[in-house]
Design a protein around this ligand. Structure first.
Ligand code: HAM
Length: 425
């Protein structure tokens, strides 16, 4: 039997987890500073929620959802979290309690995409959603927060691309312009784009098909189709970003794979690290009609999600040191009994401790203590206990001493605290 993880779904082993924790801590700190509160929604939602919010004619809904049926319910592993957040917002009547809702989430998402570096079938997103703010002030704050986060994480070569999709009227106008442009070129397009010409021509702009590239090069810009309100919103966003000094690039071809988007759209891309083709670190935008489309009041909203794997690929490796710890090596039955008590005393003083319970040779236990990077190995043997002491080997200083049994935990905890580098956790 050859049982392996599902293709595109990764194990994250303990030697990588330090970087994950650092990123997650930075994300939670950023969220707290901007007064976002965490929401946790289920990983499984009714399929209809994604079809209605993301849209039927989108790559995600057409090809990438993990859907199944159980007890006559059609269910889907969430491909993203905005739809679930809005469902929870409505289900719990949050709109009736507060005019502005600022939520963040962090967790796994599932899309049956073709796996490659930076693109997986289970991946982690952290995202923020602000429901109840029409923008563009909040749009600018969000983009600025993300640009600052990337710089704080040491990620270089980051560009914020912004675009405006406009409301339904702008979109209808732009749709006509796209039909006028792509219609006569139909024969040159790939089959996906030809189909989308009839269903959702905006999605053609997102096409990676080489056959479409020429027609895409000369496609009209949505910025020329913006109505007055949409243009005022976009200009307002740009003025805020200019005032903040947040660098950005206007990207009139930026469209994103969800039908719920309405106005401001943005992506942060980076040419740093190991990203390769999957260089979008963050994607987001306004979805001013999603709350009402899902049966709620007419409340505007904006949000984004950031891909943790991609950010980790772009983040410089700072070679994290191992957390200092102590290994206890018990010798003999009496030593084993006492070892658990010594470990408990050290842990109560916040010292991470591992007891080697194999009862093998002292040499083997010392080898393991060195391998895990322990600063000390405490030998709890019958001979030492009968003298009222513990034998302590300082593995970094290569010294050895006997400490009184009663004071050993306090003395070692004090020493480890003193040895900790300034600013360390
Ligand atoms: P999205 O652009 O589909 O937007 O995903 C956001 C980010 O998740 C991407 O920029 C990327 O970093 C990461 N990501 C997406 N797919 C994969 C994958 N297959 N493997 C690895 N990372 C991936 C959304 O999901 C929207 N819900 C964002 C949003 C929130 N808009 C408004 N509110």
């Amino acid at each position: 039997m050859n049982l392996r993880a599902v293709k595109g779904m990764n194990d994250i082993l303990p030697d990588e987890i330090g970087r994950w924790h650092r990123l997650e801590n930075a994300l939670r700190a950023m969220a707290a500073l901007h007064r976002y509160q965490e929401v946790r929604t289920p990983v499984v939602e009714p399929t209809a929620l994604f079809v209605r919010s993301i849209g039927e004619i989108t790559d995600i809904v057409e090809k990438e959802m993990y859907s199944f049926e159980r007890h006559d319910e059609k269910l889907t592993l969430r491909p993203e979290a905005t739809a679930g957040a809005v469902r929870a917002y409505l289900e719990h009547g949050v709109h009736a309690r507060e005019p502005i809702t600022r939520w963040y989430y962090l967790g796994p998402m599932f899309r049956a995409e073709r796996p490659q570096k930076g693109r997986y079938r289970q991946f982690y997103q952290a995202g923020c959603e602000v429901i109840g703010e029409p923008g563009p002030l909040i749009d600018a704050e969000m983009i600025d927060m993300l640009v600052a986060l990337m710089s704080q994480l040491g990620i270089t070569g980051v560009t914020a691309h912004i675009n405006a999709l406009g409301g339904p009227e702008t979109r209808a106008r732009y749709r006509e312009a796209l039909l006028g442009h792509f219609g006569p070129l139909q024969a040159e397009l790939g089959e996906d784009s030809r189909r989308r010409l009839a269903t959702n021509p905006l999605r053609i702009l997102d096409s990676k098909d080489p056959r479409d590239q020429q027609a895409l090069g000369s496609a009209p810009s949505i910025l020329d189709a913006l109505g007055d309100d949409d243009r005022a919103h976009f200009d307002g966003l740009r003025r805020y970003l200019d005032r903040l000094g947040t660098p950005y690039t206007v990207a009139p071809r930026l469209v994103r794979g969800f039908d719920y988007y309405t106005g401001t759209l943005f992506e942060l891309v980076s040419d740093a690290g190991d990203l390769g083709a999957q260089n979008a670190l963050v994607g987001g935008g306004r979805y001013d009609h999603l709350v009402s489309d899902l049966g709620g009041p007419d409340v505007p909203a904006i949000g984004f999600a950031l891909g943790l794997e991609r950010v980790l690929l772009a983040m410089p490796d700072e070679g994290a040191g191992k957390e200092p710890c102590i290994v206890i090596a018990p010798v003999g039955a009496e030593g084993a009994q006492e070892a658990l008590l010594v470990a408990r005393e050290l842990r109560s003083r916040s010292v991470p401790v591992e007891v080697d319970g194999r009862m093998t040779s002292l040499k083997g236990m010392l080898r393991r203590a060195n391998a895990v990077g322990a600063s000390h190995c405490i030998i709890v043997g019958e001979a030492e206990l009968s003298r009222g002491v513990l034998q302590v080997k300082d593995l970094l200083g290569h010294a050895q001493e006997d400490l009184p049994r009663a004071d050993a935990a306090r003395i070692l905890a004090d020493r480890m605290r003193a040895a900790r580098p300034a600013g360390g956790a």
